[in-house]
Design a binder for this molecule. Structure first.
Ligand code: DX5
Ligand code: ZN
Length: 214
């Protein structure tokens, strides 16, 4: 299992040492949650913070944009050093074009689905995607309860990926801990995002390793 700790749950007063903790951990990526107060009912951080994280992080940046019109910011996200750019299906009218532009900019392209959006919405683009991010909570806040229906969704997505010959990885975000992480591993997820489970842990390194070993 791969792990992408979400910096949203970090202590922003000491971001340098939180990033250093991740640098010295088994984390595979760093997950960065950008919120605009329009697409989701909360505001997190924007490009100045993404740039600072990009300079200090030795792990690839997994950028999750919870914003309207994410296609306007593709080059700015790339310039922060992002490896993967996640856009919400619900925020993109011309999703196929946006996916292509993300890849042309040199990043991996990922599409995120809200809990209420069916996997079938990706049928016609799955072959172009490097990753699908399934939300297992309604986006906007850390520390929420995992929505169990996500387990069925992971299985349906796995079936779609196999049927279409896509190489897309399955990432899941929201309410992930050791228990839900194990269920997700059984259902077929490839990558787990975890915020509070990692940063509220007594020993974040161990929390990351526990998820990684699932
Ligand atoms: C929620 C964000 C998540 C969040 C997860 O909108 O997309 O990445 O940080 O937090 P936890 O792991 O605490 O549910
Ligand atoms: Zn996220």
């Amino acid at each position: 299992m791969q792990v992408s700790p979400s910096l949203l749950a970090a202590d922003f007063g000491r971001l340098d040492s939180e990033i250093d903790m991740l640098n010295s951990s088994q984390a595979d990526m760093v997950h960065l949650d950008v919120m605009d107060g329009v697409f989701v009912p909360n505001i997190s951080f924007g490009f100045p913070v993404l740039n600072a994280v990009g300079r200090r992080s030795e792990k690839p940046l997994d950028v999750h944009l919870m914003i309207v019109e994410p296609q306007k910011y593709i080059s700015k996200v790339r310039d922060c050093g992002a490896a993967i750019m996640n856009v919400h299906q619900e925020a993109c009218v011309h999703l196929d074009r946006t996916i292509n532009e993300i890849k042309q900019a040199g990043m991996k392209a990922a599409v995120t689905l809200n809990p209420s959006t069916p996997v079938a919405m990706l049928e016609d683009v799955i072959g172009e995607l490097d990753m699908v991010l399934l939300m297992s909570v309604n986006p906007g806040f850390g520390g929420q309860k995992f929505i169990m229906n996500t387990l069925q969704k992971v299985k349906r997505l796995r079936d779609l990926i196999e049927a279409s010959g896509s190489h897309a990885k399955i990432e899941v975000d929201g309410g992930v801990n050791e228990h839900t992480g194990r269920l997700l591993a059984e259902a077929g997820a490839d990558i787990l995002v975890a915020g509070s489970y990692v940063f509220a842990a007594e020993n974040p390194h161990e929390a990351i390793s526990r998820l990684r070993n699932l």
